[in-house]
Design a protein around this ligand. Structure first.
Ligand code: COA
Ligand code: ZN
Length: 304
């Protein structure tokens, strides 16, 4: 299966904070994200360039990107349309993550476009990005099922990726927006899609809505995926999908791979990550879903 090393993208700043109703001070956001970076996470989806009417929490996107930019890390921002891409490019992000959903209903509710219109936006964004160094990734929401439309066949996902590839997109994130996947489904989808699109770099973005986040992630790993999203403390979710809850928890994912002896590139300081998660818990003011932050690592001797 080749390289066993995994690569993690922290999505706390975008997927995590977008679900927080109470305003988080920009400085607090920055402190949390810097803590994650200092713990060794070098790819970070820090914010999104969306309408402040849709997601008021992320209206400080430009400041956040400006405060994090450095040579050592890759700053990613989510965008829903051309306007978002223009603003993201102006801010100097390293990578744009364009979001569209496999489900027409969710795409309409989330970004107010048909799937076809979203694919046309991708084409326009590609043209905008032609003369830049910025990388484009496309995230496919509701890949494994939709709270409005139910389950899809993998061929529906393939046909969207076909059109993306036609436009030159070779980085694709498969997102389980509301936790409708299971390990068997993940294996089937990943095997089918990797075989159909060998040049595409697939990432998995998994929500723990039904408690299957980590087993799904491991199923993805066993099927050959090496790139995963996760969020500190397990916060997050899509405000435009009913019942959405948090992502797989970043420090729990790191802990699992470390215990398994799977290398994570580059190396991560788990203690620092857990401390940052505890600090975030204080800032947000409620108990976070993360497990290892409560139990400690399996390597720690706690019984006597
Ligand atoms: N950033 C900031 N403002 C934007 C914008 C963007 N990316 N795209 C559109 N706008 C502004 C327009 O300028 C316009 O402003 P005005 O009222 O002052 O003239 C207004 O929003 C409406 O523009 P329109 O193109 O009609 O957008 P819309 O109302 O159809 O909303 C989106 C479409 C995509 C902007 C909105 O649905 C959105 O921001 N969705 C984000 C969804 C999201 O983040 N989901 C979670 C992540 S998966
Ligand atoms: Zn998500």
């Amino acid at each position: 299966m080749g390289n066993s090393e995994v690569y993690l993208t922290d999505v706390t700043g975008r997927d995590g904070f977008q679900m927080e109703k109470d305003w988080i001070e920009t400085e607090d956001k920055r402190l949390i994200l810097q803590g994650i970076i200092d713990a060794g996470i070098k790819r970070i989806e820090a914010t999104s360039f969306v309408s402040p009417k849709s997601i008021p929490q992320l209206k400080d996107a430009k400041e956040i990107v400006g405060s994090l930019k450095s040579e050592e890390i890759t700053v990613v921002a989510l965008v829903p349309n051309v306007k978002g891409a223009e603003n993201a490019l102006k801010s100097g992000v390293d990578e744009i993550n364009f979001v569209l959903s496999i489900s027409e209903t969710h795409n309409r509710k989330n970004v107010n476009h048909t799937v076809r219109e979203s694919l046309e936006e991708v084409y326009s964004i590609q043209k905008l990005m032609n003369s830049t160094q910025t990388v484009l990734n496309v995230s496919l929401g509701t890949t494994f099922g939709c709270p409005f439309e139910g389950k899809f066949n993998v061929s529906k996902v393939s046909s969207v990726i076909d059109q993306l590839m036609y436009n030159g997109v070779d980085k694709v994130t498969l997102a389980d927006t509301t936790g409708m996947a299971n390990p068997k489904k993940i294996s089937h989808y990943i095997t089918t899609l990797r075989e159909a699109f060998p040049v595409v770099q697939f990432s998995l973005h998994l929500h723990n809505t039904r408690g299957m986040g980590l087993v799904n992630l491991l199923a993805g790993y066993n099927a050959g995926v090496r790139h995963f999203d996760a969020s500190l403390g397990g916060i997050g979710g899509c405000p435009f999908a009913p019942g959405a809850t948090g992502n797989v928890c970043l420090e729990d994912v790191v802990h699992m791979f470390m215990e398994m002896g799977v290398p994570i590139g580059p190396s991560i300081n788990l203690k620092k990550l857990i401390n940052t998660s505890k600090k975030m818990e204080e800032i947000l003011g409620y108990k976070l879903p993360g497990q290892v932050m409560k139990a400690g690592t399996a390597g720690e001797v706690i019984a006597n």
